[in-house]
Write a protein that binds this ligand. Structure first.
Ligand code: G4P
Length: 525
């Protein structure tokens, strides 16, 4: 038994794709699903593009935006591995959920638009992966278009993100002169758009020279790629698996998701190095819960509401950390010490397979929730009580002042706001001076969801006044002085009663620092 569980766990690879909007996350996801036999043609993941992806009766906002919850977790089998891809929405859908999803993966794939380099959202998401110390694999996308100098892209990784890049392949040209990929890992050149009758790959000898005659012109473009590869071989970073595992080095793959060029090679190499599910800390006794431990445990990293007002149910997404999940099993919810039966469950299996295995460490299950769960909750079913570390709170960047439209409906307003905050939908701050409520979020969508749910679930219409971007800085409670508050630096308390300032901008923060040099301003991630 232990053996079969261990075998099942070692097959799991659970990751998220991090990228800036438009870098090609959807396109590469679709290609990966094609390899997994999940979709038959590219262009089917985003409902808005093809309109033929199964729609379920999920959150109305999500439907309007054409995102389907089934794409929140995508599972497929490939080369004996079971792969779970967790979606991290980009665009205006960016939210704390996006960050929290990164708490539930074992590695990340970073997709970068090679013409644009590292962009803002990638930086933010990378920071979370770095904090967790998980392996990150990089795909430099859109090489079928004119790209930046590949050398510059590699140095950007180090300069902007502080991670060493180790190129696994090198582009031979880009855009219209893209000829192929010089693949040092597989010791071959992959040809871009070879003739129908030609080989896709040309083998290289140990010195990196082509061993067969080919039509690949030995011109400046080829020589340039080869000399760059030689230079990197001589003077670049050494391949270091320990550094990859700790997230200090990233293997870099160039390619084109749209042309499906370099994607398969990437997937295969990724599977060679991506980690299987690891252990998780049990904070109750400072031990580690091993993934092949027979007793089931998991934690909730995301709660998604079903916006249908007639059923108020939500789905709690559980990352399985150990044991096997069985439909109908009893678990203990650690926070309340209450027993629950898990009968109403969704497993995120993207295709129908005959022998659906049970969910084990690395897999994600969705529990229909009628208000039992909170973000960060641990559930377990063994004799040994388990509590996983709390999920980090992310510093919001966008703020809204919020009040009830109808002053006679204060009760439902307060109830709704407190429940939604507890659930992790938004963060709540209260001004010291007037006791006003200010909501904080990392993305605009969180406010929209909040407003929608207040109306639909709590029958409370709210008035929202945007305060825009602000920088949150905590101060020590003993340095609190309400006189320091102004419209450019609003003094508020968080839900733990800790004081902080919301600064209008960096200038306001500097001004404050000059005026009150003794007040220590602290960032919290
Ligand atoms: P995202 O999920 O990261 O936001 O990106 P997505 O895959 O939707 O790709 C964004 C656009 O970039 C799409 O253009 C897509 O076809 C294109 N794209 C993705 N990968 C490649 C690539 O390797 N090469 C080239 N040339 N283009 C690529 P689009 O369909 O025109 O959509 P849109 O930009 O109108 O939304």
């Amino acid at each position: 038994m232990a053996n079969t569980l261990d075998q099942s766990v070692s097959k799991r690879r659970t990751f998220a794709i991090i990228s800036h909007p438009d870098a090609g996350k959807t396109t590469i996801t679709e290609q990966l699903l094609l390899y997994g036999g999940i979709v038959r043609e590219a262009g089917t993941v985003k409902g808005k593009k093809s309109g033929n992806f199964a729609k379920s009766d999920w959150m109305e906002i999500e439907q309007k935006r054409g995102i389907s919850v089934t794409s929140s977790v995508m599972q497929f089998d490939y080369q004996g591995k079971r792969i779970n891809i967790l979606d991290t929405p980009g665009h205006e859908d960016f939210s704390e959920d996006t960050y929290r999803t990164l708490m539930a993966v074992d590695s990340a794939v970073m997709v970068i638009d090679a013409a644009k380099g590292i962009e803002a959202q990638t930086k933010k998401l990378f920071k979370i992966c770095k904090m967790r110390g998980i392996p990150i694999f990089t795909f430099m996308n859109k090489m079928d278009r004119d790209s930046r100098d590949p050398m510059e892209l590699i140095s950007q990784l180090e300069d902007v993100l502080g991670i060493e890049g180790y190129p696994m392949n090198w582009p031979i040209g880009s855009g219209r002169v893209l000829r192929g990929l010089y693949d040092r890992y597989n010791k071959r050149v992959a040809l871009y758009r070879p003739d129908e009758n030609s080989e896709k790959y040309l083998p290289l000898d140990d010195d990196g020279n082509l061993t067969v005659a080919s039509d690949l012109p030995d011109d400046e473009v080829y020589q340039d790629a080869k000399s760059n590869m030689d230079l990197i071989q001589e003077a670049g970073n050494q391949f270091d698996l320990d550094k990859i595992k700790s997230g200090d080095q990233t293997p870099v793959f160039f390619g084109s998701a749209l042309a499906n060029f370099g994607v398969e090679t990437f997937l295969n190499a990724y599977l060679d190095f991506a980690p299987e599910p690891g252990e998780h800390e049990n904070t109750l006794d400072d031990t580690e819960v091993e993934p092949d431990n027979q007793e089931f445990s998991g934690f909730i990293f995301k709660i998604q509401a079903n916006m249908n007002p007639r059923h108020r149910d939500r789905i709690a997404f559980v990352r399985v950390c150990s044991g096997e999940f069985d439909r109908g099993m009893d678990v203990v919810l650690q926070r309340t010490d209450k027993k629950l039966r898990l009968s109403n469950v969704t497993e995120f299996v993207a295709n129908t397979r005959e022998n659906v295995e049970k969910a084990v460490a690395g897999d994600i299950i969705g529990l229909y929730d009628t208000g039992n769960f909170q973000i960060g909750d641990t559930i377990f079913n063994g004799k040994q009580a388990v509590k996983f570390p709390p999920l980090p709170q992310f510093t919001p960047e966008l703020f809204m002042r919020v009040s009830a439209k109808n002053v006679m409906k204060q009760k439902s307003f307060h109830k709704g706001i407190h429940q939604l905050v507890q659930e992790g939908a938004v963060q709540l701050y209260t001004t010291y001076s007037t006791g006003d409520y200010i909501l904080g979020a990392v993305g605009q969508l969180q406010f929209e969801v909040f407003q929608f749910r207040m109306q639909n679930e709590y029958n409370s219409e709210v008035v929202m006044e945007p305060l825009g971007h602000k920088t949150a800085r905590w101060i020590r409670p003993d340095q609190l002085d309400e006189k320091m508050s102004s419209s450019r630096n609003i003094l508020v308390r968080d839900i733990h009663d800790q004081p902080l300032f919301l600064f209008e901008n960096a200038f306001a923060e500097r001004w404050f620092h000059d005026k009150y040099p003794d007040v220590e301003l602290m960032t919290k991630l």
